[in-house]
Design a protein around this ligand. Structure first.
Ligand SMILES: C[S@@+](CC[C@H](N)C(=O)[O-])C[C@H]1O[C@@H](n2cnc3c(N)ncnc32)[C@H](O)[C@@H]1O
Length: 328
């Protein structure tokens, strides 16, 4: 609902936001005006934004992959660049499967909203360090039938993710990385995504005040080189991935070589994908699903395990994502 301030008030709001350092003051003013329920509400929202609170936390939502994701105070605001992680994780699902693979793929039974049994393949997705749950929510939309499990260590993030993933039937766990996941998921995960904290501790003070002040330290701090949490994610990933399953992690460009190295040392097949447009780097690690000595570099993906279980030659398995630039 809009409280329609008179035009001169609108320009006052824009000026206030601009002098507080908001680069897109006009757009932000419009969003705040549209979201405010009363004039007093609008004043309070403009005050909070001018004080430095991230716009998304003031509005209570963020746009991510075309979805409106609820973002509570203190919860990490999903970034545009993380849409590339979703894009990479969902890429195989957008490619048409070979008819023989479709025939061979065993179906898992998913319950429809009406409780009716539908026989269709269901991809097992785990979103570690899920924050608001934005990545998992977008993957549900992109992949369709998904068994989704998400984990975060921050209680505010867990509450927020539960709200965002309720309609998708996603399970959200409170705890440290894999620790709260059901043991039955071991060896069954098709897509394991992790957008961990990866800012080196010393670099946090260089971040915009919005992030430094209003996002929790645990969401940002990746230790001395930024890779502390990521290394732990990678080390345990092989025992959770299904054969042919993929780990996809977001890193910075300069952290990619170390991430690739950690992935390879843990027995996964690494690949780097990046997007200049989004300033995003994703490193993919695939659990081989071939007999040793017959590894096809870069082959991974949703349903690869199913295809190989169904007797389809693994060299037909679809690639997990397109590389837009560079490939290791
Ligand atoms: C950079 S944010 C990413 C959030 C979300 N994936 C996104 O892209 O919007 C990192 C998240 O990891 C969580 N986190 C940090 N350490 C964790 C751990 N050991 N186990 C689980 N979650 C953790 C933080 O609470 C935070 O929500």
């Amino acid at each position: 609902m809009s409280v329609f301030p008179p035009p001169h008030h609108r320009s006052v709001i824009i000026t206030r936001l601009r002098s507080a350092g908001c680069v897109f003051a006009e757009d932000e003013a419009q969003l705040l005006i549209s979201a405010a329920r009363t004039p007093a509400d609008l004043v309070a929202m403009v005050d909070r934004r001018a004080a430095g609170l991230p716009l998304e936390q003031v509005l209570g939502w963020a746009q991510f992959c075309g979805l409106r994701i609820a973002v509570d105070p203190g919860v990490f605001v999903p970034r545009r660049r993380t849409e590339f992680l979703v894009d990479q994780a969902a890429a195989p699902a957008r490619q048409p499967a070979h008819p023989a693979e479709q025939a061979a793929a065993p179906a898992r039974v998913a319950a429809s909203p009406a409780g009716q049994a539908l026989a269709r393949p269901q991809t097992v997705v785990v979103d570690l360090c899920c924050g608001s749950g934005a990545v998992g929510a977008a993957l549900v939309v992109a992949l369709g039938a998904v068994e989704l499990h998400a984990v975060d260590i921050a209680p505010a993030a867990v509450r927020c993710a539960r709200r965002n993933l309720a309609d998708a039937g996603g399970q959200v766990y409170d705890g440290d990385l894999y620790e709260p996941l059901p043991a039955a998921l071991r060896g069954r995960v098709d897509v394991l995504v992790a957008s961990t904290p990866y800012v080196p501790t010393e670099a946090i003070r260089l971040m915009p005040p919005e992030a430094r002040t209003y996002e929790s330290r645990v969401a940002l701090d990746g230790g001395v080189d930024g890779l502390d949490v990521l290394r732990r994610v990678i080390a345990a990933a092989p025992s959770w991935l299904a054969p042919g399953g993929c780990l996809l992690v977001e890193t910075s460009d300069h952290q990619a070589p170390q991430t690739v190295d950690a992935i390879a040392r843990n027995g996964l097949i690494p690949r780097v994908a990046s997007s200049d447009d989004l300033g995003a780097t994703v490193v993919v690690g695939t659990r081989p699903d071939l007999p040793s000595g017959a590894v096809v570099a870069g082959v991974c993906g949703v349903g690869a395990a199913r295809r190989s279980q169904g007797g389809v030659p693994a060299h037909r398995a679809l690639g997990c994502g397109e590389t837009r630039r560079g490939q290791s």
